[in-house]
Design a protein around this ligand. Structure first.
Ligand code: FMN
Length: 377
């Protein structure tokens, strides 16, 4: 099997997934220096192994928001996943159940939260993009509440979308715009086309019901664009906090002050994130922002991290630097793109194996033994 790591999955996915979809997944904003840095910052960290410890039994299980998970990592929320490979949301949800790791469904997913909740027996969590129209935002929150979803992630780092040059150059829009370039692109990816033909074109399934039912696909896309909100501020977040009865996590934080204020406001956790290098290109890497955020919120407040996590070793570094948990966005999707879905469980198992191996090589047998003392400064 030649799919051994993230770079392998990415290389094969690039061949199998149409260029505009691959670029949508792989790309970042602006010059993409922020995207490169998000991974490079993980790679720069050097660890100090402690030897002469019996590591026959290594335990990577951990607790988060009242659940005991097999691993301290899970699937980050991703919009438009159906573009990478049809059926991706469902595959992520089911694999998360099988492997006992968390999955977070995006507001911009291509499958409804109702379908995902049913299929995963309520295992999946939900990520909210706060719509400009308050009634729409409230209705989404109420739908998710009625399904009994345990944790709501409110994404706060998209006041406006980042400028993603690859998507602009490729003319990425829903519905896909017919062009000679797209036709040539698709002709070279027959298995993707066959999968799409079986499942239908990707759609923003959670949001469709709020648009005019008579709207054309183009009008629907325009309506969705107006729903992204630059108005999300503390007052809106506090209102959501009052409305949502269970765990609320603020996703997309790099500032210690914003993290501390989120905690004061009543959040149950934060996700330190650069949105995978897709928003502010010059943002600090999340792994570099992490120690100050941990210091600001104290030792017991749940801190998750994403952006640049490509291996179990990266997960171990995140925890050693103060995170409780890591999320991965591109890694699972590259695995799906490379294999038409079959590689997802393999990718999860590889990350899990790499994490356990890293712990053993560090001379620790459980996650709570990871800490800054193992990080070379
Ligand atoms: C293709 C793609 C779509 C994304 N869509 C969303 C989304 O709908 N909501 C959200 O909160 N974050 C979204 N993100 C950000 C991810 O949740 C996560 O923060 C990021 O992917 C982590 O970085 P990584 O890809 O390096 O693991 C998206 C990221 C990618 C790559």
């Amino acid at each position: 099997m030649d799919l051994t790591c993230y770079d392998d999955f990415r290389r094969v996915a690039r061949r199998r997934v149409p260029r505009l979809a691959f670029d949508y997944l792989d790309g970042g904003s602006g010059t993409e220096a922020g995207l490169v840095e998000s991974v490079a910052a993980f790679e720069r960290i050097r660890l100090i192994p402690e030897s002469l410890v019996n590591v026959d039994q290594v335990d990577t299980s951990c607790e988060l928001f009242g659940h005991r998970f097999a691993q301290p990592f899970g699937f980050a929320p991703l919009g438009l996943t159906g573009l990478i490979w049809p059926g991706t949301d469902m595959l992520l949800a089911k694999t998360a159940v099988e492997r006992n790791i968390p999955h977070i469904l995006s507001t911009a997913a291509t499958t409804t939260i109702e379908d995902i909740s049913r299929a995963s027996g309520g295992h999946s969590w939900f990520q909210l993009y706060v719509a400009r129209d308050e009634a729409v935002a409230d209705d989404i929150v109420d739908r998710v509440d009625q399904l009994g979803v345990d944790v709501l992630f409110v994404t706060v780092d998209v006041p406006v979308p980042g400028r993603r040059l690859r998507d602009i150059r490729n003319g990425l829009k829903l519905p896909l715009q017919p062009s000679l370039r797209l036709a040539v692109d698709l002709a070279r990816r027959p298995s993707w086309c066959a999968a799409l033909a079986r499942s239908g074109a990707p759609r923003l399934a959670n949001l469709e019901r709020y648009a005019d039912p008579a709207a054309t696909a183009g009008q629907l896309a325009a309506f969705m664009a107006t729903q992204s909100s630059g108005r999300l501020d503390w007052a809106v977040l506090e209102r959501l906090r009052k409305r949502w009865p269970r765990k609320l996590v603020v996703k997309g934080i790099l500032s210690p002050q914003v993290a501390a204020r989120s905690k004061e406001m009543g959040a149950d956790g934060v996700v330190v994130s650069t949105h995978g290098g897709r928003q502010l290109n010059s943002a600090i890497a999340s792994i570099d922002a992490l120690p100050a955020i941990r210091a600001a919120v104290g030792p017991d407040f749940p801190v998750l991290i994403d952006s640049g996590v490509r291996s179990g070793e990266h997960v171990a570094k995140a925890i050693a630097r103060g995170a409780d948990f890591a999320l991965m966005g591109r890694l699972p999707l590259m695995a799906i793109g490379a294999s038409g879905g079959k590689g997802l469980a393999l990718a999860v198992d590889q990350v899990a194996d790499d994490l356990a191996r890293t712990l053993a090589l560090l001379g620790v047998t459980s996650l709570d033994q990871l800490g800054p003392h193992l990080v070379a400064s």
